[in-house]
Design a protein around this ligand. Structure first.
Ligand SMILES: C[S@@+](CC[C@H](N)C(=O)[O-])C[C@H]1O[C@@H](n2cnc3c(N)ncnc32)[C@H](O)[C@@H]1O
Length: 288
């Protein structure tokens, strides 16, 4: 029988092999990853995120426990827990089509996001997109569950996540609602982490973060990928920051429809000025 703790250790080793070591030498992050049983947050039936023979395969813990557990600890895979807001059901088997609407996030990406978020012990953190509660549990290892407010728009997912967390003795404030509004009742926060992508960062987020506090969120870009965005807040509702790297995430519910990139503030293609010379190539954005 494959042992979950053994697979978790192997997964941690693989994660540390990516991009110069995704734990970035942060001992707390590695310890948190090794402490949290990811399998506890994964439903018995989940979809694998890549098509095989035209369909997304269903992984069934009861029928094939070994295959299911190995998938839980594949470092670069998110496991799909919901399609089309629950209209496609795991009982129906492999999925031919549909839009992924919730998952247990990819381990390597979550570890990297937590590194960039850089939460400190006893800080107050707002998480948007509770999903299964797995990311919340990792965060709780660092800041402590009482410091976390986690918001999930889907009531069934929120309830399941609260149960999963509770079974491990973790009781963050779990809120059912639209996280684009943040959660003003418990503001100000030291940090906000969103594991749902936005096209436009909601104005409520920097309004609810203290001076010098940080927001980490995936944002849609015109470059055919989302990117990880890190913002530092000024305590007056403004935030400034930069893109870190490409990632792929589900959009927040209200931001699923496409919008014009010009309207969202992105530079147009012709604003990228390219210079080529003996020193090589440079690309800058003009007029911004
Ligand atoms: C990629 S999943 C998060 C997975 C989570 N990090 C985990 O590891 O289990 C994104 C989640 O964001 C939720 N979501 C989408 N729009 C939201 C919104 N406006 N407010 C709160 N949650 C939202 C979705 O229902 C989904 O569960």
């Amino acid at each position: 029988m494959v042992d979950a703790a053994e697979l978790r250790r192997a997964c941690a080793a693989a994660i540390d092999g990516y991009g110069g070591g995704y734990f970035h030498g942060r001992d707390w992050l590695r310890a948190a990853f090794l402490e949290v049983p990811r399998e506890h947050f994964v439903p018995d039936r989940v979809w694998w995120p890549s098509r095989q023979d035209g369909r997304y395969p269903l992984l069934d813990r009861t029928e094939r426990p070994r295959q299911w557990l190995k998938a839980v600890y594949r470092p670069l895979a998110a496991l799909i827990t919901q399609i089309d807001d629950g209209r496609v059901r795991p009982e129906d088997g492999p999925a031919a089509d549909g839009c992924f609407t919730s998952s247990v996030s990819c381990s390597a990406v979550i570890v990297d996001m937590l590194h960039h978020l850089d939460p400190q012990p006893h800080e107050r953190v707002l998480e948007i997109g509770t999903g299964s509660g797995y990311t919340t549990a990792l965060l709780a290892q660092r800041v402590g569950a009482p410091g976390i407010v986690t918001v999930e728009i889907d009531p069934d997912l929120a309830r399941r996540a609260a149960d999963n967390l509770g079974a491990l003795g973790l009781a963050p404030r779990t809120v059912v609602g639209d996280g684009e509004g943040g959660y003003a009742a418990a503001a100000p926060y030291d940090r906000i982490l969103s594991t749902a992508a936005v096209r436009s960062v909601p104005a409520a987020w920097p309004r609810q973060v203290r001076t010098g506090g940080v927001i980490v969120t995936p944002i849609d870009t015109p470059y055919h990928t989302d990117a990880l965005l890190k913002l530092v807040c000024d305590g007056h509702g403004n935030a400034t920051g930069h893109l870190i790297k490409p990632v792929t995430f589900m959009k927040t519910r209200a931001q699923r429809p496409r919008r014009s990139y010009g309207e969202l503030g992105w530079p147009g293609w012709s604003e990228h000025r390219v210079t080529v010379g003996a020193d090589g190539q440079r690309i800058r954005t003009e007029g911004r």
